[in-house]
Design a binder for this molecule. Structure first.
Ligand code: PMP
Length: 414
């Protein structure tokens, strides 16, 4: 989309792009076209500046020192919790646990919430479209307690088979852990409906929001799940940041996972008591700079408006879908009715890794491989797929350049 047309959505894409220094660079002499946003998003200058300002101006540890730098660092670090709470409409700031990412957040729930509850024969229900981060932690805790992880099937279009999913929600299921948006298929799952169905059977719900928060306005109260997790680096923030949101009474009922400084109330060899949430779950020195940066990212996204971002991305997704369908011999994995701008595909006669490698020579960054979703790729019967994943800062011209580059690459491989 050119800057002019995008202004009909009142987003000045050219101006927004200019805030990303990475988008000005060249790769192999060609302007970078970054289509690997589901892997990690590029960072706007304001995020880079916020991280750098923390180190330049108020680098100190949080919640320990009474000196000025310590207070300023704590203020900024805790402000990020307020911003994140507002961003996903958490009822209380204490419901936001800073983690190092989605993986850490799910492991925290697995060890602090699930492990003490699971008994032999219990089940954790996931879906076939989960990222490994929403499979393996459950397998690890399940193996300790004789529980098992079961997976709900999906249709060829990459949507959950709702009847089968409901049928699997039996008495033994102690948690439904499901992705909001698939990192491979782009499918947007009906979280509210799933949460209602699970709750009607007394099953709590964890939602992996990694691929949702950068693209949709997320309201955890409206979604109705019990846990919602996401990672900061896909949300234009620094790496090593993420969030576990859970309802306050659930967090209060959870024992700590990691022990150390800052998560305690009082330490005594006769017995230690723990701080209330959120600090109970944030042992040790956190990623202060990272959360200062993530706070800046959230402020920046709120200024742009998640609804406007979602509308822009819906236009890009529709254009990309048609463009991909116009490529001879290209097979998309999944074709969900509700989808984000994430497209995994295979092309006849072209290995995904070769495609990604040759596209890189054209300046185009796409991911290839199994996308941390082995069961899903097995389900589609493909050893590897290429993936194009868009952000609102991508353009129609870039999608056109991608289609032309695919034709060129195929010519080279023919
Ligand atoms: N879940 C989904 C759906 C993802 O896309 C990712 C990142 N690819 C993760 C979990 C894991 O996120 P992180 O590596 O940041 O912990």
């Amino acid at each position: 989309m050119n800057a002019e047309r995008s202004q009909t959505l009142s987003l000045d894409i050219a101006a927004l792009r200019s805030e990303f220094p990475q988008l000005r660079r060249k790769v192999h002499g060609k302007p970078l076209i970054y289509f690997d946003n589901a892997n990690t998003a590029q960072k706007p200058q304001c995020v880079i500046d916020a991280v750098s300002r923390y180190y330049r101006e108020f680098n100190a540890n949080v919640a320990r020192a009474v000196h000025t730098l310590g207070s300023e660092a704590t203020e900024h670090y805790e402000a990020s919790r307020d911003k994140l709470a507002r961003f996903i409409n958490a009822a209380r700031r204490e419901e936001i646990i800073h983690t190092s990412g989605t993986t850490a957040a799910i492991n925290l729930v697995a060890y602090a919430w699930a492990a003490p509850r699971l008994r032999a024969g219990d089940q954790i229900l996931v879906s076939t479209m989960e990222h490994h981060a929403n499979i393996v932690p459950w397998q690890l805790v399940a193996a300790r307690c004789g529980a098992e992880v079961i997976a709900a099937p999906i249709t060829a279009a990459g949507e959950l088979e709702l009847d089968a999913l409901l049928a699997l929600m039996g008495d033994r299921v102690k948690l439904l852990a499901i992705t909001h948006v698939s990192n491979v298929l782009g499918t947007i799952n009906p979280v509210r409906q799933l949460a209602d169905a699970a709750h009607a059977r007394g099953i709590p719900v964890l939602v992996d929001g990694s691929q949702a928060v950068p693209h949709l306005a997320v309201d955890v109260q409206a979604l109705g799940a019990d846990f919602y997790v996401f990672t900061g680096h896909k949300l234009f923030g620094p790496t090593g940041t993420g969030v576990l949101w859970a309802r306050h009474e659930i967090l209060e009922s959870m024992p700590p996972f990691m022990g150390g400084g800052e998560m305690i109330e009082r330490v005594d060899f006769a017995g230690t008591t723990y701080a209330p949430p959120p600090h109970r779950f944030e042992a040790g020195t956190p990623n202060i700079a990272g959360f200062v940066g993530l706070g800046a990212a959230v402020d920046w996204l709120e200024r742009i408006g998640m609804d406007r971002i979602a509308a822009r991305e819906a236009e890009l997704a529709a254009y990309a879908l048609n463009a991909l369908r116009s490529i001879d011999g290209l097979r998309l994995l999944g074709d969900a009715r509700a989808r984000a701008a994430v497209f995994a595909f295979v092309i006849d006669g072209v290995h995904a890794h070769d495609l990604a490698t040759l596209l890189d020579f054209e300046g185009i960054a796409v991911r290839s491989g199994q996308h941390c979703a082995h069961p899903l790729l097995q389900c589609y019967g493909v050893p590897a797929a290429a993936r194009l994943s868009l952000s609102f800062y991508n353009t129609i011209e870039e999608i056109d350049a991608f289609v032309a580059a695919v034709a060129k690459v195929r010519g080279l491989l023919a």
